[in-house]
Ligand binder design. Structure first.
Ligand code: UT7
Length: 334
């Protein structure tokens, strides 16, 4: 009988743009204040990419680090998949194709997926199947966003929330189940599609003067409605995946939720009973970076020396679509 192989997280890398935008900077553009933003979101600052930097540029930098930390060369990568809602180009080519080109990878599958803030977990779900079905051996998985390019800087209810950045991992193989991606759960509910959307410039509302005048190319969000659903869904998601795998929360070394709002993270963390030191927190520095937020948070823990080979991570995300997902996995890098 053929030996079982498991998908495994071999490395992590991230790229954080250097330009810091503080709450005080934003209060010069829209009617807001550091006090309001801090109290309602926990965000103190976020990073914006430069004008001439696209999502693929951020993604490529994160990817180079992840490939090097996996002790691989770009030519060892069998597939490149990118989760983003702020691709370089509206329809084509995919950001993954541009990243593959930047890395000198030719002749391998490269494509994007769209699952908003849950995008990174959706990619883990996909990469696990591709590895365990033996389709590929080393998959480059990237969550990358230049949300500043789709954020309405005249809308105070959204422009204070979002930031730019990228995180990347290499998913490879292991024969040790304890070092594998144990389980991934992904779900959606399109009933709430209008809670978080970019209403314009797609086939529903093609680009025209009216769409642009109404600024429908930018993110629109029903923040309060999303907030309530996010707390409930993120909590339930974790309870379900732990139960399904007969694991207790004490077996988890780090709970790494999507970084949208400190109040959401605290409410979910408290409901689940995770101690503060086990909860990843980067939203205060980077804001909400959608598909990039979870790999950026993993990278931060890694660079602080807190994640080691064998550390058990619980990922949890919620976002536009609506989409949500969770994953339990061991870190299997050096
Ligand atoms: O990443 C994917 C998922 N996304 C999320 O999870 C985001 C979830 N939502 C949130 O994080 C919060 O709903 C927000 C931070 C977006 C907003 O906080 P909130 O406590 O839900 O505020 P609100 O939208 O109910 O607005 C309260 C008030 C309103 O004024 P009135 O109508 O009460 O007079 C807003 O106009 O705050 C006002 N407001 C602001 N005031 C100062 C909204 N944005 C701002 C602002 N500065 N930037």
């Amino acid at each position: 009988m053929e030996k079982l192989i498991y998908a495994s997280l071999k490395s992590i890398g991230a790229y954080i743009p250097s330009k810091i935008v503080t709450n005080d900077d934003l209060s010069k553009i829209v009617d807001t204040s550091d006090e309001w933003i801090t109290k309602r979101t926990g965000i103190k600052e976020r990073r914006f990419a430069e004008k001439n930097e696209a999502t693929s540029d951020l993604a490529t930098k994160a990817a180079k680090l992840a490939i090097a930390r996996a002790n691989l060369k770009p030519s060892d990568i069998d597939a490149i998949i990118v989760a983003t809602i702020s691709p370089d180009y509206f329809c084509m080519p995919s950001t993954a194709c541009v990243v593959a080109h930047n890395l000198g990878i030719i002749g391998k599958p490269a494509f994007d997926i769209s699952a908003a803030c849950s995008g990174f977990i959706y990619l883990i779900y996909l990469a696990k199947s591709l590895i365990e079905s033996r389709a590929h051996k080393n998959i480059l998985v990237i969550g990358a966003e230049k949300l500043s390019s789709i954020t309405d800087m005249q809308d105070r209810s959204t422009c204070i929330l979002f930031g730019d950045g990228a995180g990347a991992v290499v998913i490879g193989t292991t024969d040790d189940k304890n070092l594998s991606i144990l389980d991934v759960n992904c779900a959606s509910n399109g009933q709430y599609q209008d809670f978080l959307m970019t209403p314009g410039c797609g086939s529903r509302n093609p680009t025209n003067d009216k769409v642009l005048q109404e600024r429908l190319q930018f993110i629109k969000m029903k923040g309060n409605e999303i907030f309530k659903l996010a707390v409930k869904t993120l909590t339930q998601d974790v309870v379900e995946i732990l139960e399904k795998n007969a694991l207790s929360k004490d077996s988890i070394d780090f709970f790494i939720p999507h970084q949208a709002n400190l109040r959401i993270i605290s409410a979910v963390g408290e409901a689940l009973g995770f101690p503060k030191e086990k909860i990843a927190l980067t939203v205060q520095k980077y804001g909400n970076t959608s598909a990039a937020s979870i790999p950026m948070a993993i990278n931060e823990l890694y660079e602080e020396g807190r994640i080691k080979q064998g550390s058990k991570l619980l990922l949890d995300a919620f976002g536009g679509g609506l989409t949500w997902g969770s994953a339990i996995l061991a870190f299997n890098g050096q």
